[in-house]
Design a protein around this ligand. Structure first.
Ligand SMILES: Cc1ncc(COP(=O)(O)O)c(C=O)c1O
Length: 460
């Protein structure tokens, strides 16, 4: 296949997107009536025409998350290699449920995951799999932790447990845990919101107090979730302390490093993840800071035997297990049919090399510093502290929603609104593109200040 053609298309698209608008202004009925007027599917259409039309729609009616001035929710700009990878995967359509059906693809994933397993400092025997994203990886962690704590959970279900399980996290942990508590049947009330310090990190004393109290009340504490890079503010929980606490209390230590995990490969940043090597399980998304297209999460667990028990499956219509040191992913993960998710990370890593990736990640961390300094210099108040490139800010009287509406209206940038703790909403800006540079940031901050001057547009 002519990949140089893909390269040309991607390069043209990139510069097209970067020079166009970031935020669409459209109502649902506009898109719906457009689609109804053109696509009743009665007559075949030329693929070229439909593709061009879909592209027009995506250009016009989408927040352009790969735009260098998208400071958003961890949706990255994507490397060329990862786009090529997704094209290849779609064409060969390998089925990764069993090793035997797709030996090459399974081994490529295994090889890639083993590389990151080593970076996290987990043992080589660690079980690792690609997931659709961080939510699935977190779900996997809870299922596996429950399976270890309650061997009867798999067959007898929750009703067979002698006492109720509890999980400890902070209010800053990702909200997927609320869904997971519902889905696994432990219920949302099983989640204990541990207090945080002023930097929004988990408070160890409160954790110890709650675990003790729950034990005294006959509950069974199972798991502590430490977040390495919270979604709202980029806070990193005190991982070494949590690791020690979990070891002494015999609790499962899960680290949700969906976004921040990629920092492990950076000599400049990896110190902030110290303690992650003691985790029982880790969530890390390739489709965040590893800059590949969605959906590509990863789940790592140092207890392969428990993973095998949690996702045990055997049926005559599936090919039998291949002899030797191989696993069939449908027996070690949530998914059954499985896309070749890992190729995009493999190909991008191979093309850029580890040093290229370190360069991309450290560049974004540096741009985070530039953004923070430049926002502060322009008179805004920074309200979060993190080594990751995420800045939360406000100024006296600012109404975040009004400010953001004006920011979008003028196509200055995409940022979002967030509440930290019980405080009033502030503006959240996260560097998610390896293409964002100093001049993008300078321009955006200058334009933001100009907007802020028009007090009535952005204040109460
Ligand atoms: C800390 C954290 N964990 C988990 C998730 C969920 O990941 P995903 O959207 O890939 O399912 C996110 C998403 O932003 C996140 O920030």
């Amino acid at each position: 296949m002519a990949f140089d053609q893909i390269q040309r298309v991607v390069a043209a698209l990139e510069s097209d997107i970067a020079s166009g608008p970031i935020v669409p202004h459209v109502a649902p009925h506009e898109i719906r009536s457009y689609l109804s007027s053109r696509y009743d599917f009665t007559e075949p259409m030329r693929l070229d025409d439909v593709t061009a039309d879909v592209e027009r729609m995506m250009r016009k009616w989408q927040v352009q998350v790969t735009h260098p001035r998208y400071f958003g929710l961890f949706n990255p700009s994507v490397t060329l290699a990862s786009v090529v990878a997704d094209t290849l995967v779609a064409m060969y359509n390998p089925q990764l449920a069993t090793w035997r059906t797709s030996p090459a693809a399974n081994e490529i994933e295994r090889h890639t995951l083993a590389w990151l397993t080593g970076k996290f400092g987990l043992p080589a025997t660690t079980s690792a799999s690609f997931t659709t994203g961080g939510a699935e990886a977190n779900l996997s962690a809870v299922i596996v932790a429950l399976t270890r704590a309650f061997p009867e959970y798999g067959d007898g279900g929750l009703r067979s447990l002698s006492a109720s399980p509890t999980i400890y996290l902070t209010r800053e942990a990702h909200d997927s845990f609320n869904k997971i508590a519902h889905m696994t049947g432990i219920g949302r009330h099983a989640l204990r919101a541990v207090a945080t310090d002023r930097d929004l990190k988990m408070d160890l004393a409160d954790l110890a107090r709650r675990v003790g109290e729950d034990r005294r009340n006959g509950l069974v504490p199972v798991m502590v979730v430490g977040t390495a890079g919270t979604t709202a503010a980029g806070a990193i929980d005190p991982l070494p302390d949590l690791a020690r606490f979990c070891r002494s209390e015999e609790l499962w230590f899960h680290v949700d490093a969906a976004w921040g995990g990629a920092a492990i490969i950076s000599p400049r940043l990896r110190g902030h993840l110290a303690g992650i090597d003691a985790a029982d399980s880790i969530t890390c998304d390739a489709h965040k800071w590893f800059s590949v297209p969605m959906g590509a999460g990863m789940f790592f667990c140092r207890h392969p035997d428990v993973v095998g028990e949690a996702f045990r499956a055997q049926t005559s219509y599936m090919p039998g297990k291949t002899a030797g040191p191989v696993v069939d992913p449908y027996t070690t993960s949530v998914q059954w049919s499985r896309r070749f998710i890992g190729l995009k990370l493999f190909l991008a890593l191979a093309e850029h090399g580890e040093s290229g990736y370190v360069g991309m990640i450290e560049h974004q961390a540096r741009m985070g510093d530039v953004l923070r300094e430049s926002i502060e210099r322009a008179g805004w108040r920074i309200v979060n502290r993190t080594p990751l490139p995420l800045v939360c800010f406000t100024r006296d009287g600012l109404v975040a929603s009004k400010f953001l509406a004006a920011l979008y209206e003028h196509q200055i940038a995409w940022m979002s609104e967030v509440r930290l703790g019980d405080e009033a909403p502030v503006v959240r800006a996260c560097v998610t593109s390896f293409r964002t540079n100093e001049s993008d940031i300078e321009w955006v901050v200058r334009e933001m200040s100009r907007l802020a001057l028009h007090e009535s547009e952005v204040t109460a």
